[in-house]
Design a protein around this ligand. Structure first.
Ligand SMILES: Nc1ncnc2c1ncn2[C@@H]1O[C@H](COP(=O)(O)OP(=O)(O)OP(=O)(O)O)[C@@H](O)[C@H]1O
Length: 235
C-alpha cells in the first residue's frame, strides 16, 4: 500500500502545555482514516499542523514523499492536501453558484460538482438560506473543486439532523468512489464507523491505540478514555 501522508514524531507545545507528544502514523492512498478522542485530546491541533496552520514544536509531516512541515496552508492545498475548514470560506450573501465563482472555480467544473453532490437545484439559493447540511455539503464541494488527493474533514457530522447525516453519508461515499483519501475527525462514532477502515485514538496528546472500528470499540483503554465524556457506542 502506498503511503500518501506521513506524520513523524510530531510534538506541539503551547507554552508549558504539551498538546501533542511523539505522534507518528501513516495514511495510505485512498483509505479513510478516522481520528477520535475525548475533548482536548489534540485532534484539531494535529489537523492544524498537517494543513500548515500551525508549526509543530518538533517532528515532520510528509505528503506524497515531500516534506511539507511548516509550509503555508495555501501551498499545501495546491499540492492536493485540502482541509474543509478554514481554507474555505463560504460567503453568506452569495448564492451557491456565486460561491464557486468567488473561489475561482470555472463554471463547467462548478456545474459538474454541484450535480455530483446534489446541490445543483440549490444553485441560486443564498448561502445564508441553506440548511446546516447543505452548508456542509457546499464546503465539501468547494474543497472537491480543488481536486484534492487528501481531504481532512473536521467533525463533518456535528450539528446535523439524522436526515442530513444520511445525505452526508452519500457525499462521503462519493468522495471515496472518486479515490479521495480521507482523514476524518469525528465525535459521532457511529457515523464515522460507516466509513473509516482504520481509526486512531488520541488521548491527552498521545496515540492511545489504533485499529479497525471493531477493534477500537472493544479496547478497554478506549472505553476508559471515554468514561465521563459519553458512551463509546453512542451519539
Ligand atoms: N492556540 C492554543 N493555545 C493554547 N492552547 C491550545 C491552543 N490550541 C489548543 N490548545 C490546547 O491544546 C489541547 C488540545 O486541543 P485541541 O483543540 O487540539 O483538542 P481536540 O481534541 O481537537 O478537542 P475537541 O474535541 O474539543 O475539538 C487542549 O488542552 C487545548 O486547550
Amino acid at each position: 500500500m502506498k503511503v500518501i501522508l506521513e506524520v513523524e514524531n510530531v510534538k506541539k507545545k503551547f507554552g508549558e502545555l504539551v498538546a501533542l507528544e511523539n505522534i507518528s502514523f501513516s495514511v495510505y492512498d485512498k483509505e479513510c482514516l478516522g481520528i477520535i478522542g475525548p475533548n482536548g485530546a489534540g485532534k484539531t491541533t494535529l489537523f492544524n499542523i498537517i494543513s500548515g496552520h500551525l508549526k509543530p514544536t518538533a517532528g515532520e509531516v510528509y505528503f506524497n514523499g515531500e516534506r511539507i512541515t511548516g509550509m503555508r496552508p495555501s501551498k499545501i492545498a495546491k499540492r492536493g492536501l485540502v482541509r474543509t475548514f478554514q481554507i474555505l470560506k463560504v460567503f453568506q450573501n452569495l448564492t451557491v453558484e456565486e460561491n464557486f465563482r468567488a473561489a475561482g472555480i470555472e463554471r463547467k467544473d462548478a456545474e459538474r460538482i454541484m450535480k455530483e453532490l446534489n446541490l445543483h437545484e440549490r444553485r441560486n439559493v443564498l448561502a445564508k438560506n441553506l440548511s446546516q447540511g447543505e452548508m456542509r455539503k457546499l464546503n465539501i464541494a468547494l474543497a472537491l473543486a480543488k481536486n484534492p488527493k487528501v481531504l481532512l474533514l473536521d467533525e463533518p457530522f456535528s450539528g446535523l439532523s439524522p436526515a442530513e447525516c444520511q445525505e452526508l453519508h452519500s457525499v462521503i461515499d462519493h468522495l471515496k468512489e472518486r479515490g479521495v483519501t480521507l482523514v476524518i475527525i469525528e465525535h459521532k462514532l457511529k457515523e464515522l464507523f460507516n466509513h473509516a477502515e482504520r481509526v486512531i485514538v488520541l488521548n491527552y496528546g498521545y496515540i492511545l491505540c489504533e485499529g479497525t472500528p471493531e477493534e477500537i470499540v472493544q479496547d478497554v483503554r478506549v472505553i476508559e478514555a471515554y468514561l465521563g465524556v459519553g458512551n463509546v457506542a453512542g451519539s
